[in-house]
Design a binder for this molecule. Sequence first.
Ligand code: TRP
Length: 459
Amino acid sequence: MTPSASSSSDPGGTPARELFGSKWGFVLAAVGSAVGLGNMWRFSYVAAEGGGAAFVFLYIIMIGLLGIPLMLCELTVGRRTHLSPIGALRALGGKGWVPLGFLFVTAGFLILSYYSVIAGWTLRYTVEAATVGFAADPGAHFGEIAAGGTAIMWHLIFMVLTIGIVMIGVQKGIEKAATILMPTLALIVVGLAVWAFTLPGAGAGYAFYLQPDFGDLFDRTTIRQAVAQAFFSLSLGMGAMLTFASYLSRDTDLNQEAATISFADFFVAFAAGLVVFPVIFALGLQDSVTASTVGALFISLPGAFLEMGGAGRLVGFLFFLALAVGALTSAISLLEVVTASIIDELGMTRARAAIGVGILIAAVGILSALSTDLLGLIDQIAGDLFLVMGALGMSIFVGWAMKDDPSAELRRGAGPTFARFIPGVVFLIRFVLPPVIGIVLIFSIQDAWGAITSFLAGG
Ligand code: TRP
């Protein structure tokens, strides 16, 4: 645990900027950001939609090909400048890049607004499991609680928790929370996966999850969703990793950290799939998942836990507790991007910035707490389209536009194991990311447009 000071050669970082107290603090906070509702709620329903194993296969490829290089883009820019996204882009690229920073902040604002509603459902299910047990008809129950007064209440409770931690600041708030909560989460999910293995009839779930039908690999929507899910799950495309890396001192190996974070994130999503799919198939609930509503996880799993009696209630309690914990450490990072930008751009204090913008986000989130359809639409626009746009901008910025050579910052602190990969990573950033993400962006725009028009048409 070595406290470190900001380097004087930063192009713009404030000398007194608070840094992570230890290397593990950063890794845990970044893993905490990555691991969240995306790994369970979003991963399982998108995987189910994309044909299960085919999606998982594409998802793994996209993490390696696009996710890790993009994470390195964000980490280099954040650590190089010790600034939040808008300032960092301005410092290394000039004023013309400021709009990309605004896109990041807008995406963070919008994602948190509905993310908190889903986290609110999770909190509610955790408390219900502990007090009254899961409702007798989970589908009807979800329909009652997903939108309306109580959804708003739990959403606001979750926002208060998030704002509280971000107010306290990097070391005492975020780092402490992540250090305690992330290992707990990993243990619970692995325990559940082992438990799910013992269920009779789990085999069909494993087959669906792990045996790809290679025809699905060329489906345009499956490809787009695998890319967007990789960005969403790794917290990429809106400057969250950039912001965390801005609290990082110079002596860490960014390449190693990107590998650690990506592996941990994939591990939890994969393990969550090893819980969700066997449970669903063991209980014949696959229809409620492939119906692909945003609520699939919240209908099918409580249904499963319910049929298992007392043990199911305990397991269900642990599952939703784990999910709520993961959601909180992710929400922290979403609010941190917006808060840090306000602190740096407007010179506000941390407490004022976090409370002020937190209240605005909570207010906008009420709309998602009133309509699950609107929630799904905002997820597609901010959690999918905006992230793909942000990712494209970021890869062009680091590969072609910024004044620094990205490999210099990647080399700083890099050990021999990972230094070897740097030329390859820079090649990917320059020549593979922009065209591939560009194509995906076209798909995303088309699909988002379709979603908006059908939402406006009332269905
Ligand atoms: N990665 C988180 C999850 O999987 C969500 C999240 C946190 C996020 N910060 C982000 C998504 C930044 C995109 C960008 O639940």
